[in-house]
Design a protein around this ligand. Structure first.
Ligand SMILES: [Zn+2]
Ligand SMILES: [Zn+2]
Length: 647
């Protein structure tokens, strides 16, 4: 009897050898129809691969990420086949599946590929796919493989690095490629394909190597799914924070200031300030204290923290002074400064936890090719905080940090997220710093806190940092894209390196545990994601322009100014539209600019000391006193979310 264990732990028995497809058939016809790939004992295989011993089997459909991977990997073969039919002198290199689709790196040998060639490739791919060929894997000797690719230096290099006996070719239709497997049952299920882009890429990503053309594509089992995907891509382009950020006047870059160093324009600065205030208020409720540290620190500080050893060579180089040998570094992290803040005073166990918060600006040298709008920059501000507590306080502190993160996500409209718990590799415990006992405490604290707060979690063993376990939040935006935002990290390393201690109730010195946490991650990255998630239509409380006052003629300009000032005094910000235009047009323009409130002032309003209020999407709210409007506004303009576990 052959035992097959399925992911839910159930075991099915078979007379003899079996294929994943037969396993699927033994469960249901529907499942068999939809199974396009499988993972057998941890390795992705074809559905026809014979299983001869007891195994674990996971059946994959298009709805599984690994199923899509097989689908897109197989589509890359179809792309390579089509390319070779049109460009017989092209040299193929590698063609993997990626998060959305696949690519193939090709040396076209001086025949450039342009957008007008995409359509003929797409047609050819579908024409070939229709033949419904299977993918047939066969083992070849190294000598045979090298002979086959004698005129392709790229494949030759790949083959030379493979051990003899582990080299396989795969053939579908009339086309053969070097490949280790993991295909869909046949090409016929590829029903829609789009070539998205062709861009330069260096062989093996090294700019000393020859430049190749990376042809990107994506494919689907249904035409409708391709259409939906392309629509989503268009929407993502419309929402690109680099485009919207400029249109909305939020931020700018200047070559004179330097690449990757964002400039916050007044509206962007206002938005950022509101976010900082929002988080500061919540942090105050949770007992955080605010600290301030300088933008540079002596090199020695980062030698002590270990950052110099780890990142020094690849980052901004030390700042020299007229004093020989004196060196400072632009701050790459706030943590070392906060350790020294902790150390500036003596603490007893009764004083802990200490929770130091700072919107701390840090500088890291990203390669120019890596820079991307506000999401990858060289100077950015973390919504940083470091908590110093006793090992017994970890659980409670973790729960409170999770509360804070949930409050931030909830208030800002990120409802769909998962939390990744990163723990030690159980088989390799010696590579971690800190005692077993403390690690167990910390790991239990994270798992227990995540469970108590009802988080949707995935646990990854071996993903912890060497200095402590962590909890990372992955957020899905309005377009279903995944972003890593908040992070909470336990640290046993820095308290050791900085010799931090507190007096225990046994009157002995003890090491505190340190927690690093940043719910936003960084202000830059968070605002980029917020712009794309809301398409620039921010929640009222965050909007940098909350009203526009529309005087019906210039006679009421002074009254408009007076109203504006009254509102500004209550931190309600906006503008006055005193253009010589009809009020109707001004209202339409204000709606287009997504301004939440339109306040119309004329003779009646001035003599009654009132305003006529319109709200975007709701229409006329009638005439009211400025005070009544302020009260109404304040009710409306707050996050409709509660911070759990307030003190
Ligand atoms: Zn393949
Ligand atoms: Zn830190």
């Amino acid at each position: 009897m052959l035992k097959i264990t399925l992911p839910d732990g159930s075991i099915r028995e078979y007379e003899g050898a079996v294929t994943p497809l037969q396993v699927a058939q033994s469960i249901s016809d529907g499942l068999a129809r939809n199974t396009i790939s499988a993972i057998v004992n941890g390795k992705q295989t074809e559905v026809e691969t014979t299983i001869t011993e007891d195994s674990t089997v996971q059946l994959l459909t298009w709805n599984d990420d690994m199923g899509k991977k097989a689908f897109w990997h197989s589509s890359a073969h179809l792309l390579a086949q089509a390319i070779m039919e049109f460009y017989p002198n092209a040299k193929l290199t590698i063609g993997p599946a990626i998060a959305n689709g696949f690519y193939y790196d090709v040396d076209f040998g001086g025949e450039p590929l342009s957008e007008k060639d995409f359509e003929k490739l797409e047609k050819k791919i579908l024409e070939n796919a229709k033949k419904n060929s299977t993918f047939n894997l066969r083992e070849v000797s190294k000598a045979e493989a090298l002979k086959e690719y004698a005129d392709n230096p790229f494949k030759t290099e790949l083959i030379e690095n493979l051990p003899d006996g582990e080299i396989t070719f795969v053939t579908h239709d009339n086309f053969t490629d070097l490949c280790r497997g993991g295909h869909i049952p046949s090409t016929g299920i590829v029903k829609a394909v789009k070539i998205l882009n062709a861009a330069g890429a260096y062989w093996r990503g090294d700019e000393k190597n020859p430049q190749l053309t990376r042809v990107y594509g994506i494919s689907f089992p249904k035409q409708k799914e391709l259409a939906e995907y392309l629509e989503k891509l268009e929407e993502a382009k419309r929402r690109d924070h680099r485009k919207l950020g400029k249109e909305l006047g939020i931020f700018a870059f200047s070559e004179k200031v330097g690449a990757g160093l964002p400039l916050w324009l007044p509206k962007g600065a206002a938005l950022r300030k509101k976010l900082e205030n929002f988080l500061s208020e919540a942090q105050k409720k949770q007992g955080y204290e605010f600290v301030i540290s300088p933008h540079i620190g002596a090199k020695e500080l980062y030698v002590t923290s270990g950052h110099w050893d780890k990142y020094g060579a690849d980052s901004f180089q030390p700042i020299k002074t007229p004093n020989e040998g004196e060196e400072f570094l632009l701050k790459p992290m706030n943590c070392p400064h906060h350790c020294e803040i902790y150390k500036a005073q003596q603490w007893s166990y009764k004083d802990l936890p200490k929770r130091y918060a700072e919107f701390g600006t840090v500088y890291r040298y990203e390669q120019s090719g890596e820079l991307h709008g506000l999401t990858r920059v060289r100077g950015f501000t973390q919504d940083d905080a470091h908590l110093f507590c006793t090992p017994d306080q970890l659980l409670q502190e973790f729960e409170k940090v999770i509360d804070l993160v949930l409050y931030v996500f909830g208030s800002l409209g990120f409802a769909d997220f998962t939390a990744q718990i990163s723990l030690r590799d159980p088989d390799n415990r010696e590579k971690y710093i800190g005692s077993d006992e403390n690690w167990e405490k910390a790991e239990n604290a994270i798992v227990t806190a995540a469970k108590a707060k009802g988080l949707k979690t995935v646990t990854e063993y071996g993903e912890a940092a060497f200095y402590g376990p962590k909890l990372d939040f992955m957020v899905k935006d309005a377009l279903g894209r995944s972003w890593q935002l908040g992070t909470i990290q336990v640290d046993y390393n820095l308290p050791e390196r900085f010799d931090l201690w507190y007096n225990g109730n046994d009157n002995e010195k003890h090491r505190p545990v340190m927690i690093h946490r940043a719910p936003f991650g960084s202000m830059e990255r968070f605002i980029a994601i917020l712009i794309e998630n809301t398409a620039g239509d921010f929640p009222l409380w965050l909007s940098p322009e909350q009203f526009t006052i529309l005087p019906i003629s210039e006679k009421y300009a002074d009254y408009a100014k007076k109203v504006s000032q009254l509102l500004e005094n209550h931190d309600i910000c906006g503008l006055i539209d005193d253009r010589n235009e009809k009020t109707g047009k001004k209202i339409r323009d204000a709606e287009l600019k997504k301004l939440p409130f339109m306040l119309i002032v004329g003779e009646n309003e001035e003599s009654n000391g009132t305003i006529s209020v319109r709200r975007r999407g709701e229409g006329d709210l009638g005439e009211m006193s400025v005070d009544a409007f302020i009260t109404y506004f304040k009710q409306q303009a707050k996050p409709d979310f509660e911070l759990g576990g307030n003190q």
